[in-house]
Ligand binder design. Structure first.
Ligand SMILES: [Fe+2]
Length: 153
């Protein structure tokens, strides 16, 4: 994959994840009285798709590239290991949240509003921190590689 294309895909994927966080926050804020079943059902689908795709892109292309090119000011292997741990933890949470949102979508919530709100807020809070770290470190590294004209493979 060419460098320019990768930067664009990384940015698009990041924006999709941020929009997802905003959507999850709206749902958490709407619990329990104003929760919209259709929004929950649609968000359950989007959640799985967006996160799966983001993890696949980062792990197949972004992480190997920044590790190989070693353009970070920090130990890139340690950073990538940390980000991969986040992905593993998030993948587990996504499964739970998809079930939760689908249950709200079908009108039979698996958990009460407090527990549901806590699950949603824990996830999007953690994801926003993860995205900020990725943007700070990987976004800059990709930008530097881009300006140096390095090509991804
Ligand atoms: Fe990530």
């Amino acid at each position: 994959m060419r460098q320019n294309g990768l930067m664009e895909i990384f940015d698009r994927s990041r924006r999709a994840q941020l929009e997802l966080c905003d959507q999850l926050e709206i749902i958490a804020d709407s619990l329990p009285e104003r929760v919209d079943r259709q929004t929950c059902a649609l968000t359950a689908q989007a959640l799985d798709e967006v996160i799966r795709s983001a993890h696949a892109i980062e792990e197949a292309h972004v992480f190997p590239l920044v590790t190989r090119e070693a353009t970070l000011e920090v130990d890139s292997s340690a950073l990538v290991a940390h980000l991969r741990q986040d992905h593993l933890a998030d993948a587990f949470l996504v499964e739970e949240l998809v079930e939760l949102l689908a249950s709200y979508g079908s009108g039979t919530p698996l958990h009460g509003p407090e527990a549901s709100g806590y699950m949603l807020r824990s996830f999007f809070g953690g994801l926003r921190r993860h995205l900020a770290l990725e943007q700070e470190l990987l976004g800059k590294a990709l930008g530097r590689l881009d300006s140096k004209g390095h090509g991804g493979r």
